[in-house]
Design a protein around this ligand. Structure first.
Ligand code: CUA
Length: 330
């Protein structure tokens, strides 16, 4: 009996052959649109290169340390003299770390952004991190009024873009992993993050600083378009909205939300001028009738602590009229 039990594989050992499949499943979850290892800008490529170099260095050093440990444990060599030990400590503890870290520092310094020349950006985007959404205001050339959107950032490929980041209340952090490093949005000051997106595509940005109950849902979409497509998008965004806003205004939505061409005030919540044409609602829901209805009825169920009040108590015809108006804001 005992011998039979000894031959039976351990329960956990049975799953070892499944490990490669499990690893593949885990790696498949690493989607390129939010991955620093799939860079789509020069800055992100530099960060990715630094990561791979540091990883390779760490693997080599790990092998050296473990090799030394195995040699020391299993080796049958004679004990070394004090002089030899001093040499090992001098080389392994002083010379090698000084050279390696010095080289890493020198390489890291070459990666620092070189905007000291004061080169003007092609596009300035003012980002206000709110609880828990992103107000995105594009500066237009030629004295045109700025265009405001929310929870999505659209950029022209090949352009130098300066993001001016701030926040009215708590600290957030603006991060589009495939496009570059992250930077904090801090109340009372303005930080500038320069990005140069190169590859067209859709990426996912996140808030990278814990800011409250809705933090994990404070995502946004970043899309890089060809310059002509970007100009066309901007022209559509700059146009005023049209539609029957009766129900929207009767419910008081205009107290918080601006809809250019219809409601001029409303600075508390996102600008809704072209919400029907956005890719998402609140940055995380698909832009569908059902998702927008759910959001209007109970925003806190989607984003905990969202400041938008729920309108579940509104009679269905009114709610549907608001929905139809918003869906029509293309
Ligand atoms: Cu905003 Cu975390």
């Amino acid at each position: 009996m005992a011998a039979e039990a000894a031959q039976r594989p351990l329960p956990a050992a049975r799953y070892v052959p499944l490990a490669p499949a499990a690893a593949c499943a885990l790696l498949a979850a690493c989607t390129p649109e939010q991955s620093v290892l799939h860079p789509a800008s020069a800055d992100a490529a530099a960060i990715a290169r630094l990561f791979w170099i540091m990883l390779a260095g760490a693997v080599v050093i790990w092998l050296l340390v473990f090799g030394a440990a195995i040699y020391a444990t299993l080796g049958r060599s004679r004990p070394q003299g004090e002089r030899a030990a001093d040499h090992v400590i001098l080389f392994g503890g002083v010379v090698f770390p000084t050279l390696t870290l010095g080289a890493l520092l020198a390489f890291g310094l070459t990666l620092l952004p070189d905007w000291a020349a004061g080169e003007a950006p092609d596009l300035r985007v003012h980002v206000h991190a709110e609880q828990y959404w992103w107000r995105v205001r594009y500066e237009l050339p030629g004295g045109l009024p700025p265009v405001e959107a929310a929870n999505e950032v659209v950029l022209p490929a090949g352009a130098t873009v300066d993001f001016h980041l701030t926040s009215p209340d708590v600290i957030h952090s603006f991060w589009i992993p495939p496009l570059g490093g992250k930077m904090d949005a801090i109340p009372g000051r303005e930080n500038v993050l320069r990005l140069r997106p190169l590859r067209e595509g859709v990426y996912r940005g996140v808030c990278a600083e814990f800011c409250g109950a809705g933090h994990a849902f404070m995502a946004f979409r970043a899309e890089v378009l060809a310059p002509e497509a970007f100009a066309a998008w901007m022209a559509r965004q700059a146009a005023p909205a049209a539609g029957d806003a009766t129900a929207f205004l009767a419910a008081g939505c205009g107290a918080c939300h601006r809809v250019r061409g219809i409601v001029a005030q409303g600075n508390v919540g996102p600008d809704l001028t072209h919400i029907g044409a956005r890719a998402s609602i609140a940055g995380i829901l698909p832009n569908t009738d059902a998702a927008m209805r759910d959001w209007l009825r109970n925003p806190q169920a989607v984003k905990p602590d969202a400041r938008m009040p729920g309108y579940a108590a509104l009679p269905a015809p009114e709610l549907e009229a608001i929905l139809a108006f918003m869906r029509g804001l293309k």
